[in-house]
Ligand binder design. Structure first.
Ligand code: G3P
Length: 218
Protein backbone atom coordinates (compact mmCIF):
# COMPACT_ATOMS: atom_id res chain seq x y z
CA UNK A 1 0.00 0.00 0.00
CA UNK A 2 1.26 3.46 -0.91
CA UNK A 3 1.43 6.27 1.67
CA UNK A 4 0.48 9.80 0.61
CA UNK A 5 0.30 12.81 2.91
CA UNK A 6 -2.86 14.87 2.64
CA UNK A 7 -1.52 18.37 3.05
CA UNK A 8 -0.21 21.45 1.27
CA UNK A 9 2.20 22.19 4.13
CA UNK A 10 5.77 21.97 2.82
CA UNK A 11 7.25 21.25 6.30
CA UNK A 12 4.89 18.32 6.81
CA UNK A 13 5.68 16.99 3.34
CA UNK A 14 9.43 17.30 4.03
CA UNK A 15 9.10 15.51 7.38
CA UNK A 16 7.12 12.67 5.76
CA UNK A 17 9.66 12.45 2.95
CA UNK A 18 12.53 12.24 5.45
CA UNK A 19 10.93 9.13 6.94
CA UNK A 20 11.68 7.44 3.62
CA UNK A 21 8.17 6.02 3.23
CA UNK A 22 6.42 8.76 1.29
CA UNK A 23 4.87 7.82 -2.06
CA UNK A 24 3.02 11.03 -2.88
CA UNK A 25 0.92 13.99 -1.82
CA UNK A 26 -2.75 14.91 -2.11
CA UNK A 27 -4.11 18.42 -1.70
CA UNK A 28 -7.50 20.03 -2.03
CA UNK A 29 -8.73 23.65 -2.13
CA UNK A 30 -9.35 23.64 1.65
CA UNK A 31 -5.80 22.47 2.37
CA UNK A 32 -4.35 25.11 0.02
CA UNK A 33 -6.46 27.80 1.72
CA UNK A 34 -5.24 26.56 5.13
CA UNK A 35 -1.68 27.39 4.01
CA UNK A 36 -2.84 30.85 2.93
CA UNK A 37 -2.21 30.08 -0.76
CA UNK A 38 -4.49 32.07 -3.04
CA UNK A 39 -4.45 33.50 -6.56
CA UNK A 40 -3.80 31.43 -9.71
CA UNK A 41 -0.08 32.13 -9.91
CA UNK A 42 0.59 31.42 -6.23
CA UNK A 43 -1.39 28.19 -6.42
CA UNK A 44 0.56 26.98 -9.49
CA UNK A 45 3.86 28.03 -7.86
CA UNK A 46 2.98 26.14 -4.71
CA UNK A 47 2.19 22.97 -6.65
CA UNK A 48 5.55 23.34 -8.39
CA UNK A 49 7.29 23.52 -5.00
CA UNK A 50 5.51 20.34 -3.86
CA UNK A 51 6.39 18.56 -7.13
CA UNK A 52 10.04 19.56 -6.71
CA UNK A 53 10.02 18.14 -3.18
CA UNK A 54 8.55 14.70 -3.92
CA UNK A 55 9.14 12.21 -6.70
CA UNK A 56 5.74 10.55 -6.28
CA UNK A 57 2.33 11.64 -7.50
CA UNK A 58 0.94 15.00 -6.43
CA UNK A 59 -2.83 15.49 -6.71
CA UNK A 60 -3.83 19.04 -7.67
CA UNK A 61 -7.56 19.80 -7.68
CA UNK A 62 -9.52 21.78 -10.26
CA UNK A 63 -11.90 24.46 -9.02
CA UNK A 64 -14.14 24.65 -12.11
CA UNK A 65 -17.31 22.57 -12.15
CA UNK A 66 -18.00 22.76 -15.91
CA UNK A 67 -16.30 20.50 -18.48
CA UNK A 68 -14.49 23.24 -20.42
CA UNK A 69 -13.22 24.90 -17.26
CA UNK A 70 -12.00 21.61 -15.78
CA UNK A 71 -10.19 20.72 -19.00
CA UNK A 72 -8.50 24.11 -19.21
CA UNK A 73 -7.45 24.04 -15.55
CA UNK A 74 -6.42 20.39 -15.62
CA UNK A 75 -4.24 20.84 -18.69
CA UNK A 76 -2.54 23.82 -17.05
CA UNK A 77 -1.95 21.84 -13.85
CA UNK A 78 -0.60 18.84 -15.79
CA UNK A 79 2.00 21.08 -17.41
CA UNK A 80 3.56 21.91 -14.01
CA UNK A 81 5.37 18.57 -13.69
CA UNK A 82 5.09 14.95 -14.86
CA UNK A 83 4.06 13.81 -11.36
CA UNK A 84 0.93 15.97 -11.27
CA UNK A 85 -2.35 14.07 -11.06
CA UNK A 86 -5.42 16.17 -11.83
CA UNK A 87 -8.02 15.88 -9.07
CA UNK A 88 -11.58 16.08 -10.38
CA UNK A 89 -14.83 16.00 -8.38
CA UNK A 90 -17.33 13.15 -8.80
CA UNK A 91 -19.97 15.05 -10.76
CA UNK A 92 -21.35 14.55 -14.28
CA UNK A 93 -19.01 17.13 -15.82
CA UNK A 94 -16.18 15.63 -13.81
CA UNK A 95 -16.72 12.18 -15.33
CA UNK A 96 -16.66 13.77 -18.78
CA UNK A 97 -13.44 15.56 -17.89
CA UNK A 98 -11.84 12.36 -16.52
CA UNK A 99 -12.66 10.54 -19.79
CA UNK A 100 -11.16 13.46 -21.71
CA UNK A 101 -7.96 13.43 -19.63
CA UNK A 102 -7.71 9.63 -19.83
CA UNK A 103 -7.83 9.80 -23.65
CA UNK A 104 -5.01 12.35 -23.60
CA UNK A 105 -2.77 10.48 -21.18
CA UNK A 106 -3.33 12.90 -18.30
CA UNK A 107 -3.67 11.06 -15.00
CA UNK A 108 -6.60 11.80 -12.68
CA UNK A 109 -7.82 11.38 -9.13
CA UNK A 110 -11.61 11.28 -8.83
CA UNK A 111 -12.48 12.93 -5.52
CA UNK A 112 -15.51 13.27 -3.22
CA UNK A 113 -16.53 9.64 -3.68
CA UNK A 114 -19.09 8.24 -1.24
CA UNK A 115 -20.63 5.21 -2.96
CA UNK A 116 -19.71 2.06 -4.87
CA UNK A 117 -21.82 3.29 -7.80
CA UNK A 118 -19.69 6.43 -8.09
CA UNK A 119 -16.59 4.24 -7.91
CA UNK A 120 -17.78 2.16 -10.88
CA UNK A 121 -18.40 5.30 -12.97
CA UNK A 122 -14.98 6.76 -12.19
CA UNK A 123 -13.26 3.50 -13.11
CA UNK A 124 -15.22 3.32 -16.38
CA UNK A 125 -14.00 6.85 -17.18
CA UNK A 126 -10.43 5.65 -16.62
CA UNK A 127 -9.57 7.50 -13.39
CA UNK A 128 -6.04 6.68 -12.21
CA UNK A 129 -7.04 7.05 -8.56
CA UNK A 130 -10.38 7.01 -6.77
CA UNK A 131 -10.76 8.89 -3.48
CA UNK A 132 -13.50 7.53 -1.21
CA UNK A 133 -13.79 9.80 1.87
CA UNK A 134 -13.72 7.42 4.83
CA UNK A 135 -13.83 9.91 7.71
CA UNK A 136 -16.76 11.85 6.29
CA UNK A 137 -18.77 8.62 5.94
CA UNK A 138 -17.91 7.75 9.56
CA UNK A 139 -19.10 11.25 10.55
CA UNK A 140 -22.59 10.19 9.40
CA UNK A 141 -22.45 7.11 11.62
CA UNK A 142 -21.96 4.81 8.62
CA UNK A 143 -18.88 2.66 8.20
CA UNK A 144 -16.41 4.27 5.82
CA UNK A 145 -14.29 1.16 5.74
CA UNK A 146 -17.21 -0.90 4.35
CA UNK A 147 -17.08 1.41 1.34
CA UNK A 148 -13.40 0.65 0.72
CA UNK A 149 -14.10 -3.05 1.08
CA UNK A 150 -17.04 -2.98 -1.38
CA UNK A 151 -15.09 -0.99 -3.97
CA UNK A 152 -12.04 -3.27 -3.65
CA UNK A 153 -14.28 -6.30 -4.21
CA UNK A 154 -15.98 -4.76 -7.25
CA UNK A 155 -12.71 -3.59 -8.82
CA UNK A 156 -11.18 -7.05 -8.35
CA UNK A 157 -14.21 -8.82 -9.88
CA UNK A 158 -14.37 -6.38 -12.80
CA UNK A 159 -10.63 -6.08 -13.33
CA UNK A 160 -10.62 -2.27 -13.09
CA UNK A 161 -7.14 -0.71 -12.93
CA UNK A 162 -8.18 2.39 -10.97
CA UNK A 163 -6.29 2.55 -7.66
CA UNK A 164 -8.34 2.95 -4.49
CA UNK A 165 -6.94 5.90 -2.58
CA UNK A 166 -8.52 5.92 0.89
CA UNK A 167 -9.00 9.62 1.74
CA UNK A 168 -10.40 11.61 4.64
CA UNK A 169 -8.30 9.23 6.73
CA UNK A 170 -7.92 10.76 10.16
CA UNK A 171 -6.29 8.20 12.44
CA UNK A 172 -3.65 5.50 12.57
CA UNK A 173 -6.40 2.91 13.03
CA UNK A 174 -8.00 4.12 9.79
CA UNK A 175 -4.69 3.37 8.01
CA UNK A 176 -4.58 -0.18 9.35
CA UNK A 177 -8.24 -0.76 8.48
CA UNK A 178 -7.79 0.69 4.98
CA UNK A 179 -4.85 -1.68 4.41
CA UNK A 180 -7.00 -4.61 5.54
CA UNK A 181 -9.95 -3.51 3.39
CA UNK A 182 -8.00 -3.47 0.14
CA UNK A 183 -6.98 0.18 -0.34
CA UNK A 184 -4.07 0.62 -2.76
CA UNK A 185 -3.13 3.99 -1.28
CA UNK A 186 -3.89 5.84 1.91
CA UNK A 187 -3.70 9.62 2.22
CA UNK A 188 -3.75 11.27 5.61
CA UNK A 189 -2.14 13.89 7.82
CA UNK A 190 1.46 13.11 8.89
CA UNK A 191 0.21 12.72 12.49
CA UNK A 192 -1.78 9.60 11.56
CA UNK A 193 1.30 8.05 9.94
CA UNK A 194 3.50 8.85 12.94
CA UNK A 195 0.84 7.33 15.21
CA UNK A 196 1.60 3.94 13.64
CA UNK A 197 4.88 3.99 15.56
CA UNK A 198 3.24 3.98 18.97
CA UNK A 199 3.22 0.99 21.28
CA UNK A 200 3.91 1.17 25.03
CA UNK A 201 5.69 -2.21 25.02
CA UNK A 202 8.16 -0.83 22.46
CA UNK A 203 8.96 2.07 24.81
CA UNK A 204 9.18 -0.18 27.88
CA UNK A 205 11.31 -2.73 26.01
CA UNK A 206 13.71 -0.11 24.69
CA UNK A 207 14.09 1.50 28.12
CA UNK A 208 14.96 -1.92 29.60
CA UNK A 209 17.49 -2.73 26.85
CA UNK A 210 19.21 0.61 27.35
CA UNK A 211 19.20 0.27 31.17
CA UNK A 212 20.68 -3.24 30.99
CA UNK A 213 23.33 -2.06 28.55
CA UNK A 214 24.23 0.84 30.83
CA UNK A 215 24.48 -1.47 33.91
CA UNK A 216 26.69 -3.93 32.07
CA UNK A 217 28.99 -1.19 30.81
CA UNK A 218 29.33 0.96 33.95
O1 G3P B 1 -8.33 13.73 1.02
C1 G3P B 1 -9.54 14.33 1.33
C2 G3P B 1 -9.44 14.87 2.70
O2 G3P B 1 -8.59 15.97 2.72
C3 G3P B 1 -10.69 15.20 3.38
O3 G3P B 1 -10.41 14.99 4.71
O4 G3P B 1 -10.71 15.21 7.10
O5 G3P B 1 -11.50 17.03 5.53
O6 G3P B 1 -12.70 14.87 5.67
P1 G3P B 1 -11.39 15.56 5.81
Amino acid sequence: MKFFVDTADLDSITEAKDLGILDGVTTNPSLMAKQGISGDKNVLDHYKKICDLVEGDVSAEVISTDFEGMVMEGERLAEIAPNIVVKVPMIKEGIKAISHFTNRGIRTNCTLVFSAGQAILAAKAGATYLSPFIGRVDDLNWNGMDLIHDIAEIYAIQGFDTEILAASVRSSLHIVQAAKSGADVVTCPLKAILGLLNHPLTDIGLAKFLADHKKANS
